[in-house]
Design a protein around this ligand. Sequence first.
Ligand code: GLU
Ligand code: MG
Length: 445
Amino acid sequence: MTLVEDGRLAFIATCDLVGVTRGRAVKARELASRRTTGVGWVPADLALTTFGDIADPNPFGALGDIRLIPDGTAALLPEVGLRPASELVLASIVEPDGTPWACDPRTALVDAVRALDVTGLRLRVAFEQEFTVLGPGGRVGPGPEGLPVPPPFSLDAFRAAEPFGSELVMALALAGLEPENWLPEYGDGQFEITVSPADPVTAADRAILVRAITRDVASAHGLRASFVPLLRPDAVGNGVHIHLSLWDSDGNPVTLDEDLDLTTPTGRFAAGILAHAPALIGWSASSVISPIRLAPHRWSSAAAFLGRQNREAMLRICPVVTIGSNGLAGANLEFRAADATANPWLVLAVLIRAGLDGLARELPSPAVLDMELDALGAAGRERFGVRELPRTQADALAAIEADEMSRDWFAPDLLSTHLGIRRTEAALLAALTPEEQCRRYADVI
Ligand code: GLU
Ligand code: MG
């Protein structure tokens, strides 16, 4: 893709702690020079809540200047009607002298990937994202007013979303994001988009760009794409599922062995994720409404355990497809307990840090649950190491503080800002009903 087109703008962006993409634009033809100098940015921007308030307290206040360096994945937001095409380039954040900013979420992932590199293991990652399409006036679904919402997974639901769906897949392909599946999902007006696996930083970049392009193309059709975890407390949830596969440094897949069991490194990595499960939720699903989605019978993540093809598992061993030649190269584990209120760079960073702890401590491979969670009694839950997830946002945030190791995964200011934002949001929404809380998040996410 050419980034040089007279008059076109390039939006240089970071994704912040509440999953919002923010930044500022320059002329696209100046992008090359901006790769070194970047554009100005303000530390306190990282302390913005979902609702635009600045978390109080936060470590930044009115002080400081930092730079957004457009060194991440770039995509083209397509021209639609009067709206011209724009470049969107993801950025790392640095100090004015070019040293990485300690609180940059993208750098936090780059650092985690470097730490994993030392083990000789490589990770490939794909984000699978669900969202709800809203029509004018906030009505659910892309179809014309007055018509019933089409059935789940149906051809009618797919067609009702045209031409948005075709344009979205085309825009993602043109942007180089390698879309794979575009599908009508189970919920009313719910859709899902998946993209091909990539290295971790590219995969998280892609997750951010997919959301941006989806919202952009939807709005060009008078629609709104909301990735909110729940549109209403009783709605089908929108999940962010993260597929992880491990490879050795020669490029051989080492996620599963020939018997389709976890290999030793994957077992350790998975055990690390489960060992830190409560603290992980404090990062991956930490909005006020996130815990409502992480409940039994929602096919999201009902508890912390490793399941084989079990959609209630926090960590699921996905099926290995042996039709064709993919085989073990397609084997992967799926982390199901994230949502779009979280920052993709940070969610992946915490998963890698937790997995690294499992590798370092040589934790035994977790038991694999291959039956329904409901079929297990107390003894079975014990045997399969099934652990409760934090039931409230307060519990999820407290779990980070209680997990001594997880407190050191990021710079102290990054951690305190995250906790400050989420606790500020809890205070802002305290007087609202869960329905109203969902609506507040849905207006932004
Ligand atoms: N909507 C479910 C969630 O909230 C996921 C359903 C599925 O695709 O397995 O995570
Ligand atoms: Mg799905």
